[in-house]
Design a protein around this ligand. Sequence first.
Ligand code: KG4
Ligand code: ZN
Length: 338
Amino acid sequence: MSDSIILGIESSCDDTSAAIIKGNTILSNIAATQSIHKEYGGVVPELASRAHQQNIIPVVEKSVIKANIQQNAISAIGFTRGPGLLGSLLVGTSFAKSLAMSLDVPLIEVNHLQAHILAHFIEDANPMPPKFPFLCLTVSGGHTMIVLVKDYFDMEIIGKTIDDAAGEAFDKIGKIFDLDYPAGPIIDKLAKEGNPSSFTFNKPKLENYNYSFSGIKTSVLYFIQKEVKKNPHFIQENLNDLCASVQKAIIEILMNKLEKAAEELNIQEVAIAGGVSANSALRKAMEDNKIKKGWNIYIPKFEYTTDNAAMIAMVAQLKFERGEFTDLRTTATAKYDL
Ligand code: KG4
Ligand code: ZN
């Protein structure tokens, strides 16, 4: 791998992030998370783009200072072109274009989903990078899919959610429990003190490797409505057990299909990526399969799981080596297939 220095910029949702990579070594990875959305129980697109506009220059400046490099050492600029919230993407895209023009360096567009998967190739993401072909369960607030990764830029989605994403299920169920947004990490924390076998919820029965999470959300909602009628303090009195039970159900749904895919495709290299891959029960289930099924598992370091620019810089580095540059006339895109 070349040891060129590349700046990566990520602004697809509610994190403004900038990172500097040299070869596949991350020199800095800075993020400004937007707390404003907590008040609204979810990301408000209009507010997200305004916050990106305020954050982007200080975040990029910090990434350059932390990496201890001169601006003129940057060989290219990579940015998230999509998928994501259009207003948010526009901020990163426009900034990346202007900076590339002023520094007179190439511009490289990056697919956010590919970046979550290729984050595994960052030097300190794993002790060893995955070997092709591998399966990658990509689970975030917006996406849930099993991807067959045949090569860096040769990926096939073999299964995906037909409705809500797994992170969305965590967040929406958290809202029912009156937890702050994003509820995924809070449920994970509360579940540690709970009994996962306390309550059971409906699981989807879908063909192939597809997922559905809207059923479990409805099942939790009806169950809670029924119980709260009998005891108004039901949620507070059972919060840890509820969180542990919901987490168990979601992770079982995720793992069942991943195990089926690994078995049927005869693949032992199995990775997870995206925000939900920070979940401790999912990490534990992967560890269990390392022993039970002999999988070689790849669980990225925490800072490379949720949205971050290090993964964008990693993809930009791979594209830089291949000479895959982007025209300055490119535009952000809310939908962007793998
Ligand atoms: O990848 P990401 O940062 O942003 C998207 O591209 O969506 O993922 C954010 C999602 C949120 O839904 C959040 O609740 C979930 O990841 N998440 C978790 C955990 N940490 C983040 N879900 C469950 N357990 C966690 N520890
Ligand atoms: Zn993401």
